[in-house]
Design a protein around this ligand. Structure first.
Ligand SMILES: [Fe+2]
Length: 306
């Protein structure tokens, strides 16, 4: 077992790279590289890419974890069904091991993906809350346009065998549960899992596995700067006529302010901000299933379009 550091990117295929690129620009990503067969889009943090589209029929192929070291790649390459370590000749480079999860999604474990200079974006104006006045003499003036995605934060998978998937991800990549949801018979059905970086605080969830009849992508989720960016990005996607899925609201588990959209091929992408950060000392939560989709304000579970 290794302990992965984070999620790096998701990999799709689609028949028209122009259509995908136009959508992703409006969603808040930026082109990192493109050739005849593939599109690589980045966010404002340094990772070379966070979203790959290969030319082909519409499909979610899988996603990549970041390995801490080449030694960790060597360890994971010995897992059942894992590939040997290969050097990537594609944009961003790096070294990679691939293996299939229990539903057949391709999981890539990558070390040494190129890092680019971060994109400078206008950061949040200081906030005045009731108890902390921080924007003294200043104003809030927001430019319209796409949200500015910082990074890929988590992946949600619909899985056909929850226990098999949960065991696979935890035993191979060292993920740990932040919150688990149990059904009427007290059986764990859903787990919000995060990477384990010891005392370092990490996102409440890196992976969420949800039981389903059919395996598939639930969504991939990109962090943005703040609630202003969620709303500005929402209005931009409305103006462009894209299909909305769910939001804007505030989750219970993870606490994020969220907004979900469909890409032109029906895959769901999320903007989120202000999520919880946990470390090894944060106790795990256990909750009834119904809590999974609860909102604290804004769009409710019943508002969700699938
Ligand atoms: Fe999410």
């Amino acid at each position: 077992m290794i302990k992965v550091q984070d999620v790096l990117y998701a990999r799709f295929s689609a028949p028209d790279l122009d259509v995908m690129e136009a959508y992703l620009l409006d969603f808040g990503l930026v082109r990192a590289a493109r050739d005849d067969n593939a599109l690589y889009m980045r966010a404002s943090d340094g990772e070379h890419h966070v979203h790959i589209t290969e030319l082909g029929p519409p499909a979610f192929q899988g996603f990549a974890f970041e390995a801490a070291s080449l030694e960790d790649l060597a360890i994971i390459s010995k897992a059942d069904g894992a590939s040997p370590i290969e050097t990537l000749e594609t944009p961003g480079g790096g070294a990679r091991v691939t293996l299939a999860d229990p539903d057949g999604f391709q999981i890539e474990v990558v070390h040494g993906l190129e890092t680019l200079a971060p994109i400078d974006v206008a950061h949040a104006a200081a906030r005045n809350s009731g108890s902390a006045r921080q924007r003294l003499g200043g104003t809030v003036r927001l430019a319209p346009g796409p949200a500015k995605c910082k990074r890929l934060g988590h992946v949600v998978l619909n899985v056909t065998d929850f226990e098999a998937s949960d065991t696979f991800y935890k035993s191979h990549f060292g993920l740990v549960s932040s919150d688990e949801l149990f059904d009427e018979d007290d059986v764990i059905r859903v787990a919000f899992s995060r990477v384990d970086r010891g005392l370092d605080y990490v996102d409440h969830h890196t992976l969420l596995t949800v039981p389903a009849e059919e395996a598939g992508l639930g969504h991939i989720a990109f962090e943005v700067e703040d609630a202003n960016d969620v709303f500005v990005g929402h209005e931009h996607l409305v103006a462009k006529g894209y299909r909305h899925s769910w939001g804007i609201g505030r989750h219970v588990l993870g606490s994020q302010i969220f907004d979900y959209w469909f890409d032109p091929y029906g895959f769901r992408l999320e903007h989120w901000t202000d999520g919880d950060l946990f470390n090894q000392d944060t106790p795990m939560g256990r909750h009834p299933m119904a809590t999974a989709l609860d909102s604290q304000w804004g769009a409710t579970a019943a508002d969700r379009k699938v």
